[in-house]
Design a binder for this molecule. Structure first.
Ligand SMILES: Nc1ncnc2c1ncn2[C@@H]1O[C@H](COP(=O)(O)OP(=O)(O)OP(=O)(O)O)[C@@H](O)[C@H]1O
Ligand SMILES: [Mg+2]
Length: 323
């Protein structure tokens, strides 16, 4: 296995400041600290070539975890092993094999063409000329940005810049990628480009990828497996499809009626979610869905009936709101 995280904790000590200048002065002397348990005892393992979605609401601890994994933060407690290294030791040989890409941060030189940053990274990572050329050619082709290599970064669109960021981060052919919201702020077309690229890169290079995103579309289309984190703790780790089975309490019976039935009558089967004759959707408890479906067919003139799983997005929202 490539990544192993065992009982990882990362706490931050933050000073509680009182508002205003007087407050600042006061806290200078009183020194009241508060502990933020950003990551609170999480464990997981990821195999080579896996593409895992790491999701959770704002402040859940995703970025903190990725920073620990890439050696930017020292864990408060627990053990991390990536490619056999302890990331916090920040060995050069480790850093050469990984990449951390943050959608909200950039490493590109603003006033220079992206190419210049790539060349700088070539030197930093000591990439031989021929390998550099091949990798750059592959990445620029996959991302379709060959024509933009000489354009100063500040003149690129957000999406184009993000593509260049990816190239800068991948020019040393890392084996493990930590992608922190790589599609944030991009339009749907550009999001799709990014997604296609990430998938392709994962398959081609057998790269192990841990990816965070607030867009369910990213997770749905990219990751087989998801790890859900909330308030520093893992709520779920497994297949996306299983998540629905495990957490969704309801199913939706979607029907088409042959003749009009009063909403009240339909409401006796379950909760009537929508009714726009001839279509109606009735929500029923998961365990009762078969019985409810049979009842519907028996009592009413139903033309068509589908038993549907709720939307993953709704299920996840449900999981978070219950905490
Ligand atoms: N350097 C820091 N000092 C103090 N607190 C921090 C620091 N970095 C993160 N935190 C706190 O740790 C918690 C987890 O933050 P983190 O950035 O990991 O969340 P996240 O899951 O990435 O959220 P988002 O989806 O908004 O990016 C938050 O409460 C945050 O305020
Ligand atoms: Mg974050």
């Amino acid at each position: 296995m490539v990544i192993s995280v065992s009982h990882l904790k990362k706490y931050f000590k933050v000073q509680q400041k009182k508002p205003g200048l007087f407050g600042s002065l006061k806290s200078l002397f009183s020194r009241k600290f508060q502990i933020v348990e950003a990551v609170n005892d999480i464990s997981f393992e990821i195999d080579e070539g896996e593409l895992v979605g790491f999701i959770g609401p704002n402040g859940a601890g995703k970025t903190t975890t990725l920073k620990c994994l890439s050696g930017l933060l020292y864990p408060t407690n627990g053990r991390i092993s990536v490619l056999g290294y302890m990331p916090q030791e920040r060995r050069h040989s480790y850093l050469r094999q990984i990449a951390l890409v943050m959608g909200q941060k950039n490493q590109l030189w603003w006033d220079l063409p992206a190419q210049e940053t790539f060349l700088l990274n070539k030197e930093i990572y000591e990439i031989p000329d021929d390998i550099y050329k091949n990798t750059l050619a592959e990445l620029t082709e996959l991302l379709d940005v060959a024509a933009l290599l000489k354009t100063p970064v500040r003149k690129l669109s957000l999406g184009e810049r993000m593509k260049m960021e990816l190239i800068a981060a991948l020019i040393h052919s890392p084996k493990v990628l930590f992608l922190d919201e790589p599609t944030i702020g991009l339009d749907v077309v550009m999001q799709k480009h990014m997604r296609d690229f990430i998938k392709e890169y994962n398959v081609r290079h057998k790269a192990t990828i841990l990816l965070t995103s607030h867009y369910m579309e990213d997770v749905r289309l990219l990751a087989n497996r998801v790890i859900i984190i909330d308030q520093g703790k893992i709520l779920y780790d497994g297949k996306l499809a299983q998540l629905v089975k495990k957490f969704a309490k309801y199913k939706a019976l979607s029907i088409i009626l042959d003749s009009y039935i009063s909403p009240d009558a339909l409401g006796e089967i379950g909760e009537l979610i929508s009714y726009d004759f001839p279509r109606a959707v009735i929500r029923v408890p998961r365990s009762a869905s078969n019985v409810a479906a049979a009842q519907l067919l028996q009592k009413f003139p139903v033309d068509d009936l589908n038993i549907e799983e709720p939307d993953i997005e709704d299920v996840i929202r449900d999981v978070f709101s219950k905490k």
